[in-house]
Design a protein around this ligand. Structure first.
Ligand code: GRG
Length: 292
């Protein structure tokens, strides 16, 4: 069952740490500021929809939904820092470091990451199937780390130094890891929590990988038509220097690649008997037609 939007926001908020003393108030405020700034909540929605497909009852998946959104939010807060993408706007608001200063933004990201693990491990303590909970948490940790999102971000940072022509392979790595890993985790964690066999998990992983690829290329295509202000940039220099699917393969090929990825996702949904009237199918359609 899919919870309503307002209820989802309440569920996500309920996993934030509670203020107990005045001394750490600033970092708590910065965490809440970025986490509750109203993103699309795509990753928790995917996790929820996969769990629902396999009959897993809420609220078992809620802490895992909150954890994946916390890790996603931490990555955005750190990605926006001057040392990385240097963005001034995120989710329609000033970025965390613009609002609270760089040191607090670093700490808020660190604290969201740690809170995500605390929330999942706390949930595992009370779960009947602790092994499934731990396996889901392990999958998210692996997806977020050096062989996942952080690895992809690192490759992306290094890619600015690449000689032209050597971009294709590294670009595939960046997409699969920086954007793909956490999306893949959203799909596979749902399957793990619902105790699905490895054959199903493999298909869920593939679905996540294709969604991740489509999502990133879409992002690059949307960036082409967005103004620097919409992009949260003070100027457009960076857009021109970035290695993207569009800069390597061209716009037409990028659009074709997005279409091919979605075709594969729909095929996998059909193979796994996710019906066209189900919430995951609707979510994929929403992503296919997204304008931001
Ligand atoms: C700093 C370790 C570290 C990693 C950063 C997520 C990320 C890795 C960078 C973001 C760069 C970026 C704009 C990638 C494009 C795809 C993407 C992840 C967009 C943001 O996700 P959405 O659209 O955001 O789901 P909302 O705000 O809706 O949650």
């Amino acid at each position: 069952m899919r919870v309503e939007e307002k209820e989802l926001e309440g569920i996500l908020a309920s996993y934030l740490p509670v203020r107990e003393e005045p001394y750490n108030a600033k970092v708590l405020e910065a965490m809440a500021y970025s986490y509750l700034a109203g993103g699309k909540r795509l990753r928790p929605r995917i996790l929820e929809a996969v769990c629902a497909q396999y009959g897993l009852e809420p609220p078992l998946m809620w802490p895992f939904m909150a954890a994946i959104e916390m890790i996603h939010t931490y990555s955005l807060v750190h990605d926006d820092l001057p040392a990385m993408d240097d963005d001034v706007l995120r989710r329609g608001l000033p970025t965390c470091h613009v609002r609270y200063g760089e040191a607090t933004a670093i700490l808020a990201g660190d604290a969201l990451l740690n809170r995500a693990y605390e929330v999942m491990l706390q949930a595992c303590l009370h779960m009947e199937d602790k092994k499934a909970g731990l396996e889901a948490a392990r999958a998210l940790a692996a997806a977020a780390g050096s062989h996942g999102m952080v690895g992809g971000q690192s490759a992306d940072m290094e890619s600015q130094e690449l000689e032209s022509g050597s971009g294709e392979e590294v670009l595939a790595y960046i997409h699969a890891h920086k954007t793909g890993s956490i999306l893949e985790a959203a799909f596979v964690m749902g399957g793990i929590l619902a105790r699905q066999p490895e054959s199903v998990l493999q298909k869920l992983r593939k679905m996540g990988a294709s969604m991740g690829m489509a999502f990133q290329i879409q992002d690059d295509l949307l960036d082409l038509v967005a103004s620097p202000v919409e992009l949260g940039k003070t100027n457009s220099d960076e857009r021109n220097s970035k290695l993207t699917y569009v800069s390597v393969h061209g716009e037409e090929a990028a659009e074709a690649a997005v279409a091919a990825c979605f075709k594969e996702v729909y095929q996998l949904l059909t193979d796994l008997r996710f019906g066209a009237d189900g919430s995951l199918w609707a979510l994929v359609q929403e992503m296919e037609n997204r304008k931001k």
